[in-house]
Write a new protein. Structure first.
Length: 308
């Protein structure tokens, strides 16, 4: 089969590789569409915690396709694994797949995929409810555009931080009540009940300080690197407001909870309350270009690769 493989130079190149063989408890999936995200940049650089990464690795943690093997043969699924997705076939655990409607567009499904699950479950982790003020940091990214919509869908008042006026206008169309362009404006000085942060990095403490009484801050990504050392100091400074800080990963979610979340996401999509946002759809041979785009933070929404 064809796959995009990390070379010694760190670049990706498409090559013929051996077909993957599923082991006990695993399934083989024929890939229809591949979701690309910043996690693939980290895997390619060998920087993603818990993943080998680097030369010889095939990035890609999520695909949509049809199962070829085992009890699930013939089923159309959204499938996850730690790597291997930038390929025509994908092996993962039988418990790491979620059902996909037969009539659903594979590109739209994978544009929801892992990002929608992170956004949905992060808002649940924060116990966000109607009427609360939610700030989304990194709102133009794959998780951010969905967190903006999902927060609006529960009736929250959403403020989105992004990197341009054009992105801000698109986020307003997706449900954000207020927009802050981080390239031209200071951190908004308002108070928020919930912050969903996919960026982290040195700005984490400043945004943590925006929480109001009993506010909840969820770190759901780290595109900007690790937070600075003053995060704990900020929590202690605001001790009497009882702020909470959560780090959230899908890896901590049990399979039944993941399925329930996915069913809710699909229902919202089918009702028109959630829109997959596709930045671009490219061929597998363009994988190196995709990694470069993701590394610059250029995409608005999701980049999708097509294996054939």
């Amino acid at each position: 089969m064809r796959a995009a493989v990390v070379q010694e130079s760190g670049e990706l190149a498409t090559a013929e590789v051996a077909d993957p063989v599923p082991g006990p408890g695993q399934v083989l999936v024929d890939v229809e569409a591949i979701g690309a995200g910043y996690v693939d940049v980290m895997i390619s650089r060998g920087e993603y915690p818990g993943a080998t990464g680097g030369a010889g690795t095939v990035p890609g943690v999520e695909v949509v396709g049809r199962v070829r093997t085992g009890d699930l043969a013939g089923r159309r699924v959204l499938a996850f694994a730690g790597s291997g997705g930038y390929a025509e076939q994908f092996v993962t655990g039988a418990d790491a797949v979620l059902p996909v409607p037969e009539d659903a567009d594979a590109i739209e499904v994978v544009a929801l995929g892992m990002n929608a699950l992170v956004a949905h479950l992060a808002l649940r982790r924060a116990s966000a409810v109607a009427g609360e003020r939610v700030l989304v940091r990194g709102a133009g990214g794959g998780i951010g555009v969905l967190a903006t919509q999902l927060a609006r869908a529960i009736g929250a008042d959403v403020t989105a931080i992004t990197s341009s006026r054009a992105r801000g206008e698109r986020l307003r169309e997706l449900g954000a009540a207020r927009i802050f362009d981080r390239t031209t404006a200071e951190v908004p000085g308002d108070s928020y009940d919930v912050v969903i942060d996919t960026v982290a990095g040195p700005g984490t403490a400043r945004h943590l300080g925006l929480l109001g009484a009993n506010g909840r801050y969820v770190l759901a990504g780290a595109a900007g690197g690790l937070p600075s050392d003053d995060v704990v100091g900020t929590l202690l400074r605001d001790f009497h407001r009882s702020p909470s800080l959560f780090a959230f990963s899908l890896n901590s979610v049990a399979a039944p909870d993941l399925l329930r979340s996915w069913e809710e996401v699909v229902a919202l999509w089918r009702r028109g309350d959630l829109t997959p946002v596709v930045h671009d759809r490219l061929e597998l041979t363009d994988a190196a270009q995709v990694i470069e785009l993701l590394g610059r933070g250029a995409p608005f929404g999701k980049v999708v690769l097509l294996p054939r």
